[in-house]
Design a protein around this ligand. Structure first.
Ligand code: C2E
Ligand code: MG
Ligand code: MG
Length: 287
């Protein structure tokens, strides 16, 4: 999946499109995906989002994987675009939401004084535009009995710009339910700073391409500093993605970034390991 159109509005392939245009590999993938939805072959891994100062686990990002009968674990980049083009993403997304909320409901830190971590679920543009999105969220929250404040939804900039007014209405309705909203991959999509203030986001996620360049020079740090300033002015906290070393962590701390996520702390974990980490409550900030 190219970074430019990650979770942007998908190209929709109509079923009337001639077969030779779509290619055999694509058809095989689509057939496999249809079967995978029926057989519930999607599993969710959880990557901790931690305090940059204390290492305390604040929440986990839910990241879907396809447990393919022959190929093993398939990464989202290899099937999400096809799932979006065929509309199968709606079924997959529903399954991710159900699993993630069900799992998060079981997360209890050993110390009952600590707040239970939240779960942060990525929404695709196709899901975001579904008419029954709010009903779906209500149903998942009711069935899982997860407090709405422990569910976050990650939305990319490009998803908002096609119809900013409609997007703001949907986001406001979610916010009124107590669900938290994160703007994902900030700085990589198409967005208008003019609109940003009209969306009720709680946090901004700095894309890992910016984190990766942090050590490369003053100008790269300046960009991250400017993004942190934008977030501050709009009342949002900041999560930096893709932290891979201690130097990046230190620079992010100095730039005032509160929360971090990346391989330096932990890879995305299968559900039982995430549950063990919840009980332990924090990661080692020395990596
Ligand atoms: P994302 O939402 O930006 O998720 C973060 C990605 O960065 C994840 O890749 C994660 O494993 C990876 N990552 C985390 N820390 C590091 C690091 O330190 N270094 C590097 N190089 N990478 C790191 P993953 O799991 O392969 O997911 C890729 C993308 O697929 C996600 O990007 C998101 O856009 C999409 N995705 C994942 N799960 C879902 C889902 O349930 N629904 C939808 N619609 N999209 C999803
Ligand atoms: Mg994300
Ligand atoms: Mg991201």
């Amino acid at each position: 999946m190219s970074r430019r159109n990650r979770r942007g509005p998908p190209r929709r392939a109509s079923s009337a499109e001639p077969l030779h245009h779509r290619g055999v590999a694509q058809l095989t993938l689509e057939t496999g995906l249809r079967r995978a939805v029926e057989r519930e072959e999607f599993e969710v891994h959880y990557q901790p989002i931690v305090s940059a100062l204390t290492g305390e686990v604040r929440g986990f990002e839910a990241l879907v994987r396809w447990r393919h009968p022959e190929r093993g674990l398939v990464a989202p980049a290899d099937f999400i675009p096809a799932a979006e083009e065929t509309g199968l993403i709606n079924g997959i997304g529903r399954s991710v939401l159900r699993q993630a909320c069900g799992e998060a409901h079981r997360w209890h830190p050993a110390d009952p004084e600590r707040p239970a971590p939240y779960v942060s679920v990525n929404l695709s543009a196709v899901q975001f535009l579904q008419r029954d999105l709010l009903a779906q969220i209500d149903e998942v929250l009711a069935n899982s009995r997860l407090a709405p404040g422990r569910l976050c939804l990650e939305i990319t900039e490009s998803m908002l710009m096609e119809d900013p007014e409609a997007a703001a209405r949907t986001l406001t309705a979610l916010r009124e339910r107590g669900v938290r909203l994160y703007i994902d991959d900030f700085g990589t999509g198409y967005s208008s700073l003019n609109y940003l203030h009209s969306f009720p986001f709680d946090s901004l996620k700095i894309d890992r391409t910016f984190t990766a360049k942090l050590g490369d020079g003053e100008e790269h740090r300046g960009i991250v500093q400017a993004v942190v300033a934008i977030a501050r002015h709009l009342g949002m906290s900041v999560i930096a993605e893709g932290v891979e070393n201690g130097e990046q962590l230190e620079l992010l701390r100095r730039l005032g970034c509160e929360n971090v996520q990346g391989y330096f702390f932990s890879r995305p974990l299968p559900a039982p390991e995430a549950e063990r980490l919840v009980r332990r409550a924090s990661v080692n900030l020395a990596g």
